[in-house]
Ligand binder design. Structure first.
Ligand code: AHR
Length: 533
């Protein structure tokens, strides 16, 4: 039975027949997993998060205030905490983004009623007549409290664009110095936190080629060195230098070359930030209302990430064959032109549909397959923004389809990547500029102890795909469980009124000899888990 005849027969009937039969099964595609030869560990931090002082992200999305009638933990939205905990959010990047290079951390400490109101970078993007003044009610103590509640590692982006090395170093001391050492540690204790925060991940600026200072790579490299040379090492840091604008037409290789060229002879950073937006802003593609070419256009632009990762990794290898510096994809997501904000002042918030969930699955599969290159990745941004997992407006809260993909891919976090041979032919697809070709199946796999997790995405809007997953090297699966995220409407979304329109469901997977067999419905993301012997 091939892709077309399955379509004609009706996918659900075929799935039912397959699940109930003991017959041999001729699949459209056979992929092979080498579970006995696992590769790199998939850093849990690849499934990371990002929140910025922007529109409705912090204020309302995360911070509702201590006196709010919305359920909260010391001012932090309880539902956000619970759901982030549920998906095991490994880290949180904060306070920006572009906001970071205008942020002065001292504004956000001390008695909340005495904190200054300050200018927010995003003011210029706010709708006419609205104001983005930063109230500083959510500062470093509130952020750390959130991280502790969720169980996430803090990842702080420091201000290089308008700050100084001293301001940066003071912030590090304030966070990490033990009580009774420097005065800043006593000050932290006086503000409520005796124990050091122990922040390990520090971003040295953000998008220094753009909103972080419009620098050239060699200018930034010189500044990077000044900012890190006297870093107060209370805790061995993981420093992240500003990397390229990966979604530029040319992938921005020039930034990577220029930075590492200027760093010759100096200690390289452990992390090099790569931003990759699936950027639809220059196109007519809409977030919520679209047809097939716009579905495929998003996925086509999204899978470009794989080549961008490979190209920058190769370039970095020219300067350091040992690859001491790893990539940190600390902003990624599908970014649509304005038009679907949940409320006008929540700039950059957008309708999130099944298309974005499928894009998320394909992105995670790319990260997993390149686990050895990637130390961390952070979705931009977790709530009320681009590619969000949650939308929140006052007492209303909803998990988007993207949230469910984070949940489904949890099994990969910290497991070892398993090589997948995926010979599925490309699809001929209609895209904005005419016919194009897209991978016919996205896949990645991992193993922890004897438990195998395989994630698969069928991007086709037309046909299901029958797949036989062969376990190489004589491995056998004892039982298999499946979970699917799909919907008959490619535009399906979750709303405040209808929060469970798109959600995962159990899915049949059969173990046949040395293989797992299943049918991927069209426009779906699937998780298969099994124990192997
Ligand atoms: O995520 C929104 C913005 O996108 C961030 O502030 C900036 O770093 C990027 O350009």
């Amino acid at each position: 039975m091939n892709r077309r005849t399955f379509l004609q027969a009706g996918a659900s009937a075929a799935i039912g027949a397959l699940a109930g039969s003991g017959l041999a099964f001729a699949a459209d595609a056979e992929i092979e997993l080498s579970a006995g030869e696992p590769g790199a560990v998939i850093s849990p931090h690849i499934y990371g998060h990002f929140i910025e002082h922007l529109g409705g992200v912090i204020y309302d999305g995360v911070w509702v205030g201590r006196n709010s009638s919305i359920p909260n933990v010391d001012g932090i939205r309880k539902q956000f905490v619970d759901d982030m905990k549920r998906i095991g959010a490994p880290n949180l990047r904060w306070p920006g983004g572009c906001f970071a290079d205008g942020y002065h951390w001292r504004d956000g400490i001390g008695d909340a009623s005495g904190r200054p109101r300050t200018y927010n970078f995003w003011q210029r993007r706010m709708p006419a007549g609205t104001d983005a003044t930063e109230t500083n009610q959510f500062g470093i103590h509130e952020f750390m409290h959130l991280c502790r509640l969720v169980g996430a590692e803090p990842y702080i982006a420091a201000n290089v664009g308008s700050g100084t090395p001293t301001e940066f170093h003071d912030w590090v001391s304030y966070c990490n110095a033990p009580l009774g050492t420097v005065s800043l540690a006593d000050k932290r204790a006086a503000n409520g936190d005796k124990e050091p925060f122990g922040v390990r991940y520090w971003g040295v600026g953000n998008e220094s080629w753009g909103c972080g200072g419009t620098m050239r790579p060699e200018e930034y490299a010189a500044l990077y060195r000044r900012f890190v040379t006297q870093f107060p090492a209370y805790r061995e840091p993981f420093l992240v230098a500003t990397g390229p604008r990966g979604h530029s037409a040319d992938g921005d290789i020039g930034w990577t070359t220029g930075f590492f060229e200027a760093m010759r002879g100096f200690e390289p950073p452990l992390g090099f930030s790569l931003h990759f937006y699936t950027d639809l802003r220059p196109t007519p593609v809409k977030a919520g209302n679209f047809q097939a070419p716009e579905w495929y256009e998003v996925l086509l632009r999204g899978v470009r990430l794989e080549k961008v990762i490979e190209d920058h990794w190769k370039e970095m290898g020219k300067f350091d064959a040992a690859h001491r510096t790893k990539l940190v994809v600390d902003e990624w997501g599908v970014w649509y032109a304005p038009g679907s904000e949940i409320t006008p002042a929540y700039i950059l918030s957008e309708t999130i549909t099944l298309r974005d969930a499928v894009h998320t699955g394909m992105t995670f599969d790319i990260f997993n397959r390149h686990a050895g290159k990637i130390a961390m990745a952070n979705v931009a941004q977790s709530v009320n923004c681009i590619h969000s997992l949650f939308l929140a407006r006052g007492a209303e809260f909803v998990r988007t389809p993207v949230y469910h993909v984070f949940d489904m891919y949890r099994s990969h976090m910290g497991a070892r990547q398993v090589p997948v041979s995926n010979p599925v032919p490309e699809l001929n697809i209609p895209a904005l500029a005419g016919q194009a070709r897209l991978p016919g199946l996205s896949a990645s796999a991992s193993i922890r102890d004897r438990r195998l997790a395989v994630t698969l995405t069928n991007p086709s809007l037309d046909a299901p795909l029958s797949v036989r997953i062969r376990l190489a090297g004589g491995a056998r699966a004892t039982e298999a469980r499946g979970l699917v995220l799909t919907h008959q409407d490619m535009r399906a979304t979750n709303t405040f009124a209808d929060p469970d329109e798109v959600k995962p469901a159990a899915y049949p997977v059969r173990v046949v000899a040395d293989a797992l067999v299943l049918i991927l419905p069209k426009q779906s993301v699937i998780l298969v888990e099994c124990d192997i012997t």
